[in-house]
Write a protein that binds this ligand. Structure first.
Ligand code: ZN
Length: 220
């Protein structure tokens, strides 16, 4: 069976890449350039795929940045760590529609490659507040994609109910803890591996890692 992984080059989707390699005979990966600040993440995705023998492609969908000029992840003029005031309940790093676009495009791409299983690293355990990371959204979109493309797609979300500690545990189980820790890019400031240490993404990632490594120590 073949599968397609939506791969950003960050901790979560890269863990999903190795998860998929354990479960499927053939795995492909698809990355997106959507105007994100740190284009390095797509290079990381390409490098890791080359090493794992995974065919990789990158799609340019930078119209996403154009759609939401107030998003700090795609607008370099904005401060990424600043809280957004007003009525919008989401942080400035929320890219509206991102996973809707990613997964819709991935499904069309998968269809063209005869693939029904699509893997995404989204999850709702560490509450990021992003509505398109929730299980209800993914399940609903799965139905919609099957109707839209007259297919039998299966959207897999191995991290949906895992918090960051459990995601590190999974990486360790898969034998790729060091690869995930030192090679992936999650940091909003574009620092690979352990990151800048102070942005919200780094704090979440670090807290999870400390909890996971601390838990191992306690059991020794
Ligand atoms: Zn950071």
């Amino acid at each position: 069976m073949n599968a397609l992984v939506v791969l950003s080059g960050g901790q979560d989707s890269t863990t999903c890449l190795y998860w998929a390699l354990r479960r499927f005979d053939e795995v492909r990966a698809l990355s997106f350039r959507y105007g994100q600040r740190h284009i390095r993440e797509t290079e990381i995705a390409r490098e890791l795929c080359a090493e794992a023998g995974v065919p990789w492609e990158c799609m340019d969908i930078s119209f996403i940045a154009q759609l939401s000029p107030a998003c700090s992840l795609t607008n370099p003029q904005l401060d990424i760590e600043e809280e957004k005031g007003g009525d919008d309940p989401y942080p400035t790093t929320f890219v509206p529609g991102r996973n809707l676009f990613f997964l819709s495009i991935a499904a069309v791409y998968a269809r063209n490659h005869g693939i029904l299983d699509i893997i995404t690293g989204v999850g709702q355990a560490d509450f990021s507040g992003y509505p398109d990371c929730r299980d209800s959204f993914v399940k609903s979109l799965n139905v919609t994609l099957n109707l839209a493309l007259d297919g039998q797609f299966r959207l897999h979300t191995p991290l949906m109910w895992r918090d960051k500690r459990q995601t590190w545990a999974l990486a360790d189980e898969l034998g790729v803890l060091d690869t995930i820790r030192h090679r992936t890019l999650t940091c909003y400031n574009g620092v690979v591996g352990d990151g800048c240490g102070h942005c919200p993404a780094c704090r979440l990632r670090r807290e999870g890692l400390d909890k996971y490594l601390g838990g191992i120590k306690d059991n020794e």
